[in-house]
Design a protein. Sequence first.
Length: 89
Amino acid sequence: MSKLIMDNGAIEFIKNALGKENAKAMRIFTSGGGCCKQFEMSPVEKPLAGDVSHHTGGITVYVEKEIADNTSSVEIKFDENRGLLIEFR
């Protein structure tokens, strides 16, 4: 993965979430297994081994190695009605 793209709404939403959790960064990762994997985002203090770090808009986002290896970019947008929308390319 070479790019992390976030709109201003997503940056503000994530900054607020990090402030509430008193965390330093967000991590995007997969959970579950087999054909039913889910993508999740969670506040964290530090990356796990292999995570790829991205810094944008004054925040740090760690992306799990498996996701980074299988995508060219991640785009995060904020929608007033639906919340955070994450697109993997």
